[in-house]
Design a protein around this ligand. Sequence first.
Ligand code: HEM
Length: 382
Amino acid sequence: MTHPPKPDWDPLAAEVQADPRAAVDALRERCPVAFDRSGTATVLRHADVLRVLHDPATFSSAVSAHPAVPNGYDPPRHTAYRRALDPFFAPQRIRHFGPQCRRLAVRTVQEALTLGDVDVGRELALPFAARVQSAFLGWPELIQDELLDWLQRSHAATRSGDRQQTAAVAREFEAFVERVRDARTGAPPTQDISTELMHVQIDGRPLDLRELSSVLRNWTVGEIGTIAASVGILLHWLATEPDWQQRLRDEPTLLPAAIDEVLRRDGPLPANRRVTTRAVELGGRPLPAGTRLSLNWIAANRDPRALAEPDCLRLDRDPALNLLYGTGIHVCPGAPLARLELRLLMEEVLIRTKSIALPAGHTPTRAAPPDAGYAQLRIRLR
Ligand code: HEM
């Protein structure tokens, strides 16, 4: 077989962009490891994605020339980074952040209630996600607007495919981190998480500016979009399935399982990357060394071979099968924080409203990759 082989699909085709979920469902059945024109192979089946996740020696995360801490590394470097960074998401820290996170959820819902019809992304989900991440890091509120603004420009740069523009936006974030760092130089590590991060030791030295910048980018801009997409998916679900609204108002303890299951069925994060380190066969296809892979979480989490009746919302599924937060050595370290903020926001929405609905005549539009969830979604909270 010549490489790259003839493309199996076009991720930019109009029908894929219009309904990415349906497109990857169909592709998974037709061609479980599918090449596109760029030579990237998309991996769509649950079993194949699991195989990749559990074999980092063959399927490396070193996909980019830019340092990405910890996600762009393989063991042993990756192990050292995770050992140093995972304690920031330890259970007692997340518990400690709970009351502050709850206050931000209350404020967000109260503000939304004054608006009538809410533009979910712009007026609720993005501000909430930015507020929570900034508060978690100990950043002042002022920075949130700057962060949101930067996020929008970063998205535009990525979409444009213009490398110079992307590099310029990345440099801006480094300058921003430099300011965060300078403002904390000499402060005790107990001051806030950002200060503590500056004291983290790796190989007996603190993180350098590029590492610090990469970690903070992962903990902010990397995740604000995913959290915001999750909020949109969850609110759309509540608005369109009133029986569930009632059930959760009656039994709020079901929320954690329901949130994970809704986001399995309708994933907020399209994909992550790997590269093969040797020739290997995957899903019946030979892949030479150096093949770029895109692990499609949305398709894998809707694979009927692993999850019977994938469109059916079931709270009794085996949680280990849900790949929402990944699995293996790169499993999402921020999952406890994400679960906390999504649960508190949904609790507050349900407590503070009698009805969550789509405004009459409004038809939401889906986001296209690299985003997920909704591009346009309006909700009426009463
Ligand atoms: C609903 C929200 C979120 C979802 C669905 C999500 C999903 C994921 C997934 C699937 C991975 C595995 C990627 C891979 O195997 O290549 C991952 C990794 C990661 N996530 Fe999350 N995430 C979320 C929120 C967060 C938050 C809030 C943070 C931090 C504040 C975070 C930080 C990270 C980091 C640093 C990694 C890389 C870990 C590594 O490579 O070892 N995530 N996330």
